[in-house]
Design a protein around this ligand. Structure first.
Ligand SMILES: Cc1ncc(COP(=O)(O)O)c(C=O)c1O
Length: 402
């Protein structure tokens, strides 16, 4: 096999430089371990940018993909295939009664959700078409989704904005209420903001948003691209929310990506039937969406999470990390806040660190930095308690060094 240096020289000639890539070539993975092309081993605390929810090369996923690959790869979506139905049935069991549209990515799922919300908006008089989203949100990088995203830097250089997206202050129900006029069709929000810095809302906010959407007949879209699929210690991020009477706070439409494909390209728009029924033939589609291999893997991920009790494992490891990092005297002076749910954690530093990811690599861990000074940890749900502790030890060293 070629050395990292040789591969990097080739990459510089043939790959567009749109990613701030580290000069490291990853060659092999197993669970939470990752090896580069020179044989150096890393503990991956951010596998696949949220995608590899069961870690690298999980045996059950290899088996599911291989079995399906030998049977049927793909047919056009003008025919049925059973893996799509099985995965959609799984979502009904884990989430709410709904119907699925499959695509490849989070942004595509959000595009589909916004189109569906506008279709519903057209059933009102006057017609509604605006979609409200929140400051510090992130919804993807298509032209429409950079307009939906509540971070102007993401859209810079790509103007003019796609019309119809309105931004309000995140977590403030008064600001949201004021922004609802006769043209507003929907509210789009992440249950926990990921790219924006692992931001949680005030405790009653989501229930108040749901109430407002009910009162004003708005479509509520939860972008669960980061939070869905077990990442937060619950099946879906919205399952952390409660209404005043203790009931569930459910969206009308939920979008999924990242974790539900385990690293394969899977996006899902999952909508309550009364909304989903508006998406009739000709209104939307995706040639490779719902690919049987991806669907077989997606369904198996939920099976493994249930079989191995990975939600409670994630919740326990997450609580342990929050308490450990908040109370470690060695880094107390550097840390502003540690927050999150399950294995979606943010460690906000007081100051933006220098070369944090590089220091992580030197110390044998893969971590991520977002919103200038929030270290993100989103390890595989399969990480062991021993690996997690080892990773946190290394993280403490890294934080001390930056
Ligand atoms: C909340 C959220 N929505 C949507 C997206 C876009 O997903 P994708 O990169 O799969 O298009 C992301 C990506 O990070 C995200 O965090």
């Amino acid at each position: 096999m070629s050395s990292s240096k040789e591969i990097l020289d080739r990459a510089a000639k043939v790959l567009i430089g749109n990613y701030a890539r580290q000069p490291v070539v990853m060659a092999r993975g197993a669970g939470s371990d990752l090896w580069d092309a020179d044989g150096k081993k890393y503990l991956d605390l951010f596998p696949g940018f949220g995608g590899a929810i069961l870690g690298h090369c999980h045996p059950a996923l290899i088996e599911a993909a291989t079995a399906q690959a030998g049977k049927l790869w793909h047919v056009g979506n003008t025919y049925h295939t059973e893996p799509q139905i099985e995965f959609a049935e799984r979502l009904n069991k884990q989430a709410f009664v709904g119907q699925a549209f499959f695509c490849h990515s989070g942004l595509e799922a959000n595009e589909a959700a916004c189109k569906l919300a506008r279709l519903r908006g057209q059933t009102f008089s006057p017609q509604r078409w605006k979609i409200i989203s929140l400051s510090k949100s992130f919804h993807g990088r298509s032209l429409a989704m950079i307009s939906a995203t509540g971070n102007p830097a993401i859209g810079q250089g790509f103007g003019p904005e796609v019309p119809g997206f309105v931004h309000v202050e995140s977590g403030c129900i008064d600001a949201l209420t004021k922004a609802v006029d006769a043209e507003v069709a929907a509210v789009l929000m992440e249950p926990i903001q990921g790219e924006g810095g692992v931001n949680l809302y005030p405790p009653d906010y989501a229930a108040a948003v749901r109430r407002l959407c009910d009162e004003r007949e708005l479509t509520l879209i939860f972008d669960e691209v980061w939070t869905g699929g077990g990442r937060t210690g619950r099946g879906f991020g919205y399952q952390h929310f409660k209404s005043a009477d203790g009931g569930a706070v459910e969206p009308d439409i939920m979008t999924l990506g990242k974790a539900v494909g385990g690293g394969l390209p899977v996006g899902v728009m999952f909508a309550k039937p009364e909304t989903a029924k508006l998406l009739v033939p000709g209104k939307h589609g995706c040639t490779l969406g719902g690919n049987p291999i991806c669907m077989a893997v997606a369904r198996t991920i939920f099976d493994v999470i249930e079989r191995d009790k990975l939600l409670s494992h994630a919740a326990t490891l997450g609580e342990h990390a929050i308490s450990r990092l908040r109370n470690d005297g060695k880094i107390k002076d550097k840390i502003q806040e540690v927050r999150g749910h399950g294995l979606m954690l943010g460690v906000e530093l007081k100051n933006p660190p220098q070369k944090l990811v590089e220091r992580g690599l030197e110390n044998g861990i893969i971590i991520n930095l977002t919103a200038q000074k929030v270290i993100r940890l989103a390890p595989a749900l399969t990480i062991s308690a021993e690996q997690w502790d080892r990773g946190l030890d290394a993280l403490v060293k890294v934080i001390q060094s930056v």
